[in-house]
Design a protein around this ligand. Sequence first.
Ligand SMILES: C[S@@+](CC[C@H](N)C(=O)[O-])C[C@H]1O[C@@H](n2cnc3c(N)ncnc32)[C@H](O)[C@@H]1O
Length: 218
Amino acid sequence: MLEVRDPKLKDFMDSWHIPVDEEMAALRRSNEADGVPLILTETESVLRLLLDLKRPSRILELGTAHGYSALLFAKCCPDAVITTIDRNPGMTDHAKANFESFSEGSRIDFRIGEALDVLRELADGDEKFDFVFIDAGKSHYRDFFDMCETLCEKDAFIVCDNILLKGWLVECEGREAKRHRTNIKYMRQFLEYINGRDGLDVTLMSGGDGLAVIRFMR
Ligand SMILES: C[S@@+](CC[C@H](N)C(=O)[O-])C[C@H]1O[C@@H](n2cnc3c(N)ncnc32)[C@H](O)[C@@H]1O
């Protein structure tokens, strides 16, 4: 099977990872030990660079898990408010507890529910976001993106994680191909869609599990 990263390369890259602080290092360690999904260290580096350059004030995240990336956003952008969405009760209790125990949690607006439903609720209000991180259901990126676009300021960034689907997007055979065919089909369609659309500046990166960094050229 194709590996997005040779494990030795991943270990090498991980060895250069510098956590934001000891609280975040401990949260990463416990998430990794418990098998909780969270952004890879390379993904974190790219996000931190983008946040530092962009300095967003309203951040929207789809896919909270235990809250690692939402807390990262809050730590890296001390003046920003973060809205993060997750529907899975197995995750949301842990995220709530983490948001309560970190001082930055007071700037996190945690919405529990199906991402598209919450996005529709947000669209009914007049909130606009200048940085969006899409890290939820991989077969819904096109719908997520279209809804998020309506919620974005004109110079916003939308960053989408896991666009390479652990390499399955490029090479997938046998049982794996059958199991992941829906995600593969919809992720390919999503990448064709964003790359074919006028007015978008799209950068695809293979770091981590693959990232799409999208800017609106309005
Ligand atoms: C990869 S994890 C997010 C990791 C998190 N961003 C981090 O780095 O700490 C994906 C999360 O998305 C949530 N999710 C998946 N599909 C969703 C949907 N349609 N609506 C809301 N949440 C969803 C899952 O419950 C899971 O917790």
